[in-house]
Design a protein around this ligand. Structure first.
Ligand SMILES: [Zn+2]
Length: 375
């Protein structure tokens, strides 16, 4: 079957399937999941917490959203936390004071990434961009990935940060971000986290303020200033994921337009990608700005279903964008967490968008893989 070969929107901790996680645990002879008295995962770091090797329904639901089921955004974040705590638990358990725990944790992250990439290779993916926040771990993993993997798939990272992090904090980190990009440890940047409508009211709390148009424009200005120097770079912004944030995609594009105009920049680079963009202001200006900056829309159907942002994949705008000549890519938003994979997302896209549009999607994917990848 024809299918896409890129995975442009995934998050490191969400990549691996439950089977993949259990496979790692059996190979390293994991002593069992720590649990509370109700049988839920409990990574409290205490040596006497009871453990079980049985993969109960409660444990399964602590690591994935079973396909077809839904979950609240906050509970999805708990799944991410559980997965990283699981890796930390393994490092802690096996370090035993003998080996440097941090070094062991790096090795476990590498094993986790390896398994995730093998799953992508099985699904015929040859180019992946993975969102993750830890620069040191990214550098370690890239340095140690075996040739038998990197011969088959191009592995790139997007450094991510929560969208409401302050501009001041981002500025402090900018030099390290630039170094990471310059040394090819990351190809770009990802603004993520739970979306709220942009807020400009000066009387709002600090947290809200960091989600203001002014604050986000400053953050975009800082990041674009770095990425613009690198021809293959990516800037992804999660935008329009829920109905409340319907105004965000257009607002974000206007901010990018402001940054480009003020600094006299021709964008791309970076390649601008909007993650999700299910909800948006359907107007001429939106389409014009998407075209002006050659933006790409990433559609993550199963993630949108699981988080109840849509109730039916027919609500997704594959054809709205394609008919307006805006490129669309198919991605998973963390295949393992949402119990899906790239092949399944292809199947949904073909069904919802129809055969003619699906051919366009395949063509867009091919061009991106040719442009950014080496395989
Ligand atoms: Zn995402």
């Amino acid at each position: 079957m024809l299918q896409t070969h890129s995975e442009l929107h995934t998050h490191l901790m969400g990549m691996l399937s439950l089977e993949g996680i259990l496979d790692i645990l059996s190979k390293i002879n994991y002593p069992g999941f720590p649990i509370d008295s109700d049988g839920n995962l409990l990574f409290d770091g205490k040596p006497n917490t009871p453990r079980t090797k049985k993969v109960t329904d409660k444990i399964r639901r602590g690591l994935i959203v079973p396909y077809g089921e839904s979950i609240e955004y906050g509970d999805m974040e708990i799944l991410y936390t559980n997965r990283s705590k699981l890796l930390a638990d393994i490092a802690n358990y096996y370090s035993n004071g003998n080996k440097d725990e941090e070094e062991l944790l790096n090795e476990i992250y590498l094993i986790y990434l390896n398994h995730s990439l093998l799953e992508l290779i099985d699904n015929k993916v040859t180019y992946v961009e993975i969102s993750f926040s830890n620069k040191e771990k990214i550098a370690y993993m890239l340095k140690h990935l075996p040739r038998k993997i990197t011969d088959k798939i191009d592995v790139k990272f997007l450094l991510c940060t929560n969208r409401i992090r302050s501009g001041k904090e981002l500025e402090k980190d900018l030099e390290a971000i630039e170094e990471t990009i310059a040394k090819d440890k990351a190809i770009g940047f990802d603004f993520m986290g739970k979306e709220e409508p942009f807020n400009n009211n000066e009387n709002d709390s600090w947290k809200k303020k960091s989600n203001s148009i002014n604050s986000f424009t400053r953050k975009l200005d800082l990041v674009i200033g770095v990425l613009h120097k690198y021809p293959k770079s990516t800037l992804r912004i999660h935008a329009g994921e829920n109905i409340e944030s319907k105004g965000n995609p257009l607002a974000t594009l206007k901010m990018i337009d402001k940054v480009a105009t003020q600094n006299n920049l021709v964008i791309p680079p970076p390649e601008i990608r909007l993650g999700h963009a299910i909800y948006f202001d359907d107007c001429k200006e939106y389409i014009e700005l998407l075209r002006k900056y050659k933006c790409i829309i990433e559609i993550n159907a199963s993630s949108n279903m699981a988080l109840s942002n849509i109730t039916n994949p027919n609500q997704l705008s594959y054809n709205y964008y394609l008919n307006n000549n805006i490129p669309v890519v198919i991605s998973t938003d963390g295949a393992g967490i949402y119990d899906t994979d790239v092949v399944q997302e292809n199947y949904i896209a073909q069904n919802v968008a129809g055969d003619d549009s699906y051919i366009k999607l395949l063509d867009i994917d091919k061009k991106i893989v040719q442009k950014k990848g080496t395989k």
